[in-house]
Ligand binder design. Structure first.
Ligand code: SF4
Ligand code: SF4
Ligand code: SF4
Length: 253
């Protein structure tokens, strides 16, 4: 049986998810022997931009070039996997900012700034806003264990199951003291998807939601707890805005 062909690509991004794949040092040789890596610009030369079975795509669509590249990758892959919170939700690139975009560009780059930015630079958006995404693997960066698990599932033809419950469940499983309820800290665990084993709360650091929102997140309950703990709506908005949790908070009160 022929090996599945894959491509690993980065749009506008910090390349952290591609690095996570490269950091699978113990497994990398095994991976390379089980698949035909057609393109992985960060790791190899002589890339072949041909038809492939699986494309793993990191980053956001932030420029017209990103958009063209994404559509071109989609046109020649059977399965497209969004890797990392940027690709899945927009992530830090799409961080909430109430300052109008044109005003911000002018403030940073001066009067001529817009001429440089338009029309090439676009407001950052996740892949699913432009093309069909077959699987989304959030994380900033992706968790190595989830990358390896989905990789094995692809090879074996298994159904891929990623967590679809909140970070608080994982946090309870590792028996952490709750930073939100017990200490009144601004932790976004209740509205964040699980997968990182509650890494930050396990080190007494509140979660800022870097894996993105869990399905059916109860924003109203989270906001009410935080307001009762003495946080202002502005503080809550700012914290939730890092990783594009954009509920209408005024409606949540
Ligand atoms: S999700 Fe995080 S690690 Fe991945 S590209 Fe975005 S900022 Fe970088
Ligand atoms: S510390 Fe945060 S993640 Fe852990 S249970 Fe409390 S709210 Fe949830
Ligand atoms: S605890 Fe929250 S901020 Fe920390 S790694 Fe997990 S999802 Fe990201």
């Amino acid at each position: 049986m022929s090996k599945p062909s894959i491509g690993i690509y980065g749009l506008s991004s910090c390349a952290g998810d591609q690095l996570t794949i490269l950091n699978c040092e113990d497994e990398l040789l095994e991976i390379a022997s089980r698949v035909d890596i057609k393109s992985f610009i960060m790791a190899q030369t002589g890339n072949d931009e041909t038809m492939i079975d699986i494309a793993l795509v990191e980053g956001t669509v932030s420029t017209r070039r990103d958009l063209e590249r994404l559509k071109e990758i989609r046109s020649r892959t059977s399965i497209l996997v969004a890797i990392g919170t940027c690709a899945v939700w927009g992530g830090l690139y799409a961080m909430r900012n109430d300052i109008p975009r044109a005003e911000m560009i002018k403030g940073v780059y001066g009067e001529k700034g817009l001429e440089y930015f338009e029309p090439e630079v676009l407001p950052a958006e996740p892949l699913k806003n432009f093309v069909k995404v077959d699987l989304s693997v959030p994380g900033c960066p992706i968790e190595k264990k989830w990358f390896l698990r989905i990789f094995k599932s692809f090879l074996h033809g298994d159904i891929i199951e990623l967590p679809n419950f909140s970070l608080c469940s994982e946090c309870k499983m590792v028996e952490n003291e709750c930073l939100l309820v017990n200490r009144g800290l601004l932790c976004l665990g209740p509205i964040t998807i699980a997968g990182c084993k509650a890494r930050c709360p396990s080190h007494n650091i509140p979660c800022i939601g870097c894996c993105g929102p869990v399905d059916e997140a109860n924003y109203a309950a989270e906001v009410n707890i935080l307001l009762n703990s003495g946080y202002t709506i502005e503080e809550i908005k700012r914290k939730m805005g890092f990783f594009v949790f954009n509920p209408d908070l005024e409606q949540s009160q």
